[in-house]
Ligand binder design. Structure first.
Ligand SMILES: CC(C)(COP(=O)(O)OP(=O)(O)OC[C@H]1O[C@@H](n2cnc3c(N)ncnc32)[C@H](O)[C@@H]1OP(=O)(O)O)[C@@H](O)C(=O)NCCC(=O)NCCS
Length: 215
């Protein structure tokens, strides 16, 4: 099996580092720079399925967090796990556009065939307390590497199979987006979205149900 295909299928940490090194190898041929080996680009995740491409940044801030990516995905956005136990699960055939951030303190699960456009934010935590006195020390604790996540409200996010989120959509903590639903561009989703509905706005509200012949 070609190295390119091998790295695409298993992408464990060491292999990705090796792949990165190979990608940087460039030779001059007749005055023209030529890559000696081109392999799938992508940073480290816990598991990456076959034919998936990770083109965005991955920032796992705890070695005890995890990111699972299924097969046939294209991830151009940024994946962040904040702390021990944070878990991002992405199914098969999922697209996440450039500039979209998945910021996971608790759990973000995205099922198969979901399309998420560019410039969005999916954040399962408020990161800070509503209370000024409790969040006043947040920055100092963050800089000291001793952040107190117990003060940050957080709830898992679930995006069900076949949903489509338009550009610059924000999804907040605790939201479940129903199967086959559509979220309009620029929406802020604060409440669950029923299956096969179209929602939009800030906060996102029901616009209409998606008719049976469009499902
Ligand atoms: C503002 C915020 C802290 C309030 O959290 P909360 O007290 O749990 O608020 P609730 O989820 O109970 O929402 C209360 C109402 O305000 C609305 N609402 C909450 N946040 C909203 C937002 N960002 N935009 C529009 N409406 C919002 C909700 O729809 C709800 O209205 P409803 O009862 O009519 O449905 C939270 O919603 C938020 O925006 N968190 C920031 C997330 C973030 O940026 N994380 C990264 C930080 S570094």
């Amino acid at each position: 099996m070609e190295l390119k295909n091998l790295t695409r299928q298993i992408c464990p940490p060491l292999l990705w580092r090796f792949a990165g090194a190979l990608k940087r190898r460039v030779v001059k041929s007749g005055g023209v720079a030529v890559r000696t080996a081109v392999v799938a680009t992508g940073p480290r995740v816990t598991h990456c399925g076959p034919r998936s491409e990770l083109r965005g940044q991955v920032d796992m801030r705890s070695t005890k967090s995890s990111i699972f990516v299924g097969s046939d995905c294209l991830i151009e956005g940024t994946l962040v796990t904040e702390k021990e136990g944070s878990i991002i699960r992405i199914g098969n055939n999922v697209f996440i556009g450039g500039g979209t951030l998945l910021d996971c303190a608790s759990s973000i699960e995205i099922e198969d065939d979901v399309l998420i456009s560019y410039g969005g934010i999916i954040a399962d935590s408020d990161n800070h307390s509503i209370s000024y006195s409790r969040r006043r020390g947040d920055l100092a604790r963050w800089k000291a590497g001793a952040y107190d996540w117990s003060q940050a409200p957080m709830k898992p996010i679930l995006i069900r199979r076949g949903a489509w989120l338009g550009a610059r959509v924000i999804v907040l903590k605790g939201v479940t987006i129903g199967e086959g639903s559509v979220v309009g561009a620029g929406s802020v989703v604060t409440r669950d979205v029923a299956p096969y509905t179209l929602v939009a706005g800030n906060p996102a509200r029901l616009i209409r149900e998606i008719p049976l012949n469009d499902r």
